[in-house]
Design a binder for this molecule. Structure first.
Ligand SMILES: [Fe+2]
Ligand SMILES: [Fe+2]
Length: 269
């Protein structure tokens, strides 16, 4: 029987990510702002506290990431990555601004401080390095896929639904971006250290998932997610991300070069 083999993809280069982020920045958010918030007081009562906190989270601490990205780019000899990071930060800040504009329309003040956001930022400042920055961001983005889907279902506001649809689309690419970065960072680790890292990921994701349910369950329930549905959706998405951040999911330029130079290893299929 003939076995179909699908070739693993290569991670995108910084030049490819630059092209993607530039093209995406040229697609403005098409939102009917003139309609006003369009959200009823009843639905706002269920979602607005939670939305204020996500809005703050989306306004990322750009200066810190930018510095981390610059150091990473120097160490990897990949100067274009600095510009990629700048465009990524700008996109996240655009998410924060869109949600902030919705809150303004609804007459709700934007949050200036939030306990979970402060904790999240403090952890990243205390432990510098791109992996420490990327890992919790990836987990937050995986949860964002569940969360914005819930908010989209919980609201009759055309403005907020349009914002959620755009954010959901952007976050798919962000998750891929973070997974590729982690695959690069994990790639030269021995298997035992990779397994230990994945153990740490599971513990962290468990804590983040429980924390998000505790802080946002009212809004999630309004969007049709009881605890079981939320739990399964979050873990299914994270398992998908774990597969996508495995270095084994990609083919690598230097591995291909060595095969071309020395031929296929003996016993390879
Ligand atoms: Fe975002
Ligand atoms: Fe994101």
């Amino acid at each position: 029987m003939r076995r179909e083999t699908k070739e693993a993809p290569a991670v995108w280069t910084s030049a490819q990510w630059l092209e993607y982020f530039r093209a995406n920045a040229d697609r403005p958010l098409d939102c009917p702002w003139h309609l006003g918030s369009g959200a009823s007081p009843e639905e706002l009562a269920l979602i607005v506290g939670s939305l204020r906190s996500w809005q703050l989270g989306e306004t990322s601490d750009g200066a810190h990431l930018f510095e981390t990205a610059r150091r990473y780019a120097d160490s990897e000899g990949d100067p274009e990555f600095v510009e990629v990071a700048r465009l990524f930060i700008a996109e996240e800040q655009g998410h924060g601004e869109a949600l902030g504009r919705f809150l303004d329309l609804a007459g709700v003040p934007r949050a200036q401080r939030d306990f979970s956001d402060t904790l999240f930022r403090a952890a990243r400042h205390c432990l510098p390095g791109l992996e420490v920055w990327t890992t919790p961001v990836l987990m937050a983005e995986v949860h964002a896929m569940v969360y914005y889907n819930a908010i989209r279902k919980a609201t009759g506001s055309l403005v907020l639904r349009r914002i959620c649809e755009r954010l959901l689309r952007d976050e798919v690419a962000h998750i891929r971006f973070q997974c590729e970065r982690l695959a690069i960072l994990h790639r030269r680790r021995p298997h035992w250290l990779r397994a230990l890292t994945m153990g740490g990921h599971h513990v962290l994701f468990l804590a983040v998932t429980l924390g998000i349910w505790a802080g946002h369950r009212k809004a999630l329930r309004a969007g049709g997610y009881d605890f079981g549905h939320f739990w399964r959706s979050a873990w299914d998405r994270m398992k998908h991300a774990w597969r996508a951040l495995s270095p084994d999911a990609y083919q690598w330029e230097d591995a291909r070069e060595s095969v071309e130079a020395y031929g296929e290893p003996i016993g390879s299929v």
